[in-house]
Design a protein around this ligand. Structure first.
Ligand SMILES: [Zn+2]
Length: 228
C-alpha cells in the first residue's frame, strides 16, 4: 500500500514537523485480529498491519497509524479526531462483554484517555456518575467492571475529569498485570504510570483545592495511601 498515508497521518499529528522518512504499509496474516506494529529503520518507516485492516475506512486506519506514530514520536499537542475514530472502532471490535451503563461525557473522557495513554487498548468499562462527593472522586469496581466518577467533577475542566478517569483506568488495566498480587492498589508500577499524565502534580493540587470546598475529612481516598 502507498506509504503516503503515513506521511499524511504524521503531518496531521505533528503540524509543521519534518517527515524525513520513506514509508510503506504492509498487510500480513501473521497478526491476530486488528493488531499492527510500526518499525523504524534508519530513514524508513514501515507500518505492518493485520489483513483485517485492508478495506477499513481510511480515517480509522489513519487513526491506527497515528496511534503507532505516537509510540515513536511522543504525544502530539493536539489529538486529531482520527485517533478518536480509531479508538471507537477498536473498542467496538474488541468488546466481548456487553456494557450496559454509560454516559456521553464519561465515554468521551474514557476515549480521550485511552487514546492518549493506552493506545486505545483498555476495553470500555461501564461508566457512571456517582454522588457529588469530594471525598471520593472516583472508583473502579472490579466485579462489575464499573468506573464511577463523582459529580463534583461535572462542569470542571476536562483535565481534572480525565486525570481521575486515568487513575481509575489504571486500576482496570494494572489489575490484569498484577493479578496474583494480593495488594494491587497504587503499586510502584501504578505510580510510574500516573506520572505519565502531563502536569499531574498541578492537577492533583487543583483536585485538592476542589476538595477543600467540600468535605475536609478523608479527602481523596481515591488516591489511597498517596495522600495520607
Ligand atoms: Zn486508586
Amino acid at each position: 500500500m502507498d506509504g503516503a498515508i503515513i506521511r499524511r497521518a504524521f503531518e496531521q499529528l505533528y503540524p509543521g514537523k519534518e517527515f524525513p522518512y520513506t514509508s510503506r504499509v504492509t498487510f500480513s496474516a501473521r497478526f491476530r485480529q486488528y493488531n499492527a506494529s510500526i518499525v523504524r529503520c534508519a530513514a524508513s518507516l514501515e507500518v505492518r498491519a493485520s489483513r483485517q485492516w485492508e478495506g477499513v475506512n481510511q480515517d480509522i486506519f489513519t487513526g491506527l497509524i497515528q496511534t503507532l506514530l505516537v509510540k515513536l514520536f511522543g504525544q502530539p499537542i493536539q489529538q486529531p479526531y482520527t485517533i478518536d475514530l480509531y479508538n471507537r472502532f477498536i473498542r467496538n471490535v474488541h468488546v466481548s462483554i456487553p456494557k450496559t451503563t454509560s454516559d456521553a461525557l464519561l465515554e468521551d473522557s474514557f476515549v480521550r484517555v485511552n487514546g492518549q495513554f493506552f493506545s486505545g487498548q483498555v476495553e470500555l468499562a461501564n461508566l457512571k456518575w456517582g454522588g457529588s462527593s469530594t471525598r471520593k472522586l472516583g472508583c473502579y469496581d472490579f466485579q462489575t467492571d464499573t468506573i464511577t466518577i463523582s459529580q463534583a467533577l461535572l462542569g470542571q475542566d476536562n483535565r481534572l475529569l480525565d486525570y481521575v478517569m486515568f487513575h481509575e483506568m489504571l486500576h482496570k488495566k494494572l489489575k490484569f498485570a498484577s493479578k496474583k498480587m494480593k495488594n494491587y492498589f497504587h503499586t510502584s508500577e501504578f505510580r510510574e504510570w500516573e506520572k505519565k499524565f502531563p502536569l499531574h502534580e498541578e492537577i492533583e493540587h487543583e483536585l485538592r483545592q476542589l476538595g477543600r470546598k467540600g468535605v475536609r475529612k478523608n479527602l481523596f481516598t481515591w488516591f489511597g495511601e498517596k495522600f495520607k
